[in-house]
Design a protein around this ligand. Structure first.
Ligand code: Q0Z
Length: 286
């Protein structure tokens, strides 16, 4: 007789302990926008994110080992190796958006990277940059300098985390841009396994852990549409919602349009029909 113990909740995910070495990460169909979880679910969203993350884990093993042990047949649950997570978020930015744009506009730099003058919002950076952030218990993660991050994890681990994060981003962003999706920025969670090996955990290179933009609509000089959540944002804006909880219920056409965008991202990136993933999640690992 075994008990599964709930050990954590994210906005849209749950974490359970399977035993001393293993966790179960479950992705729900909940969706958040403007930092609020909406009352309406997007069917299959959790499966799409779990499948995409597993797809990337399988294809980045030569860059860094990862925590994935098995996909459950439900397609939304991942059995993973328990890691000792680093106390920093490993963010990589290839484009100037969100807090990166905000910091550049006010200081000309992001996390200690001084950038060229005259960059516009959403500009592609000359080189991708590693921009670590603190892990906030509540509220937003805060960008920190490379020296602050090195203080938190030690110089050697910091340099390895930076090298791995940049290599992952370069691999994934090249791959995705050839398939019509720009990965503007992304957040990795790295941890140490029992042997002290730096290992990729959590979810990786999904639209929930990254900014995905449609490549064919890319137009620097302003904000870009979100690949996955734009219908939801547009609806919320048009509904006049004040962005304080609770959020609005989504109408059927917004739910269906948004589900279609998630499935499209999965199929474009993996090259696998989503129905094949639902029938047998292990197809993304081949
Ligand atoms: C991931 C999170 C979620 C709430 C801890 N392999 C791992 N080893 C140790 N810790 C984690 C992982 Cl993935 C870990 N989170 C983020 C996920 C619900 C928080 F589904 N926290």
């Amino acid at each position: 007789m075994s008990e599964v113990i709930h050990v954590g909740s994210g906005k849209v995910r749950e974490l359970y302990a399977l035993d001393d070495e293993r966790l179960l990460l479950v992705a729900s169909d909940r969706i958040s926008t403007f930092d609020v979880v909406l009352p309406t679910e997007i069917p299959d969203k959790g499966r799409v994110l779990t499948g995409l993350s597993a797809f990337w884990f399988a294809r980045t093993r030569d860059i860094v080992p990862n925590h994935l042990l098995a996909l459950r047949p439900d397609g939304r649950s991942t059995e993973c190796r328990r890691l000792e997570m680093l106390p920093i978020e490993c963010v990589v930015r290839g484009y100037l958006s969100g807090s990166g744009w905000k910091d550049y506009r006010t200081t000309g730099a992001v996390c200690g990277h001084t950038l060229p003058d005259g960059l516009v919002e959403s500009a592609r950076l000359p080189e991708p940059i590693f921009t670590p952030a603190t892990k906030a218990q509540e509220g937003h993660d805060e960008n920190i300098t490379r020296d602050q991050a090195a203080q938190l994890v030690g110089r050697e681990l910091f340099e390895e985390a930076e090298r791995i994060s940049l290599a992952l981003y370069r691999h994934a962003s090249d791959y995705a841009s050839a398939r019509g999706i720009l990965i503007a920025d992304t957040k990795f969670e790295l941890g140490l396994d029992a042997d002290g090996t730096l290992t990729l955990g959590d979810e990786a290179l999904t639209p929930d852990s990254s900014r995905f933009w449609p490549a064919d609509e890319y137009a620097p000089g302003g904000s870009q549409p979100s690949y996955d959540k734009q219908f939801v944002r547009d609806f919320c804006e048009a509904a006049g919602w004040d962005k304080e909880p609770p959020g609005p219920e989504l109408p059927e056409e917004v739910v269906h349009g948004t589900r279609a965008r998630y499935v499209e991202a999965f199929e474009r990136l993996s090259g696998i029909p989503f129905a094949e993933y639902v029938a047998d999640p292990d197809v993304v690992l081949a």
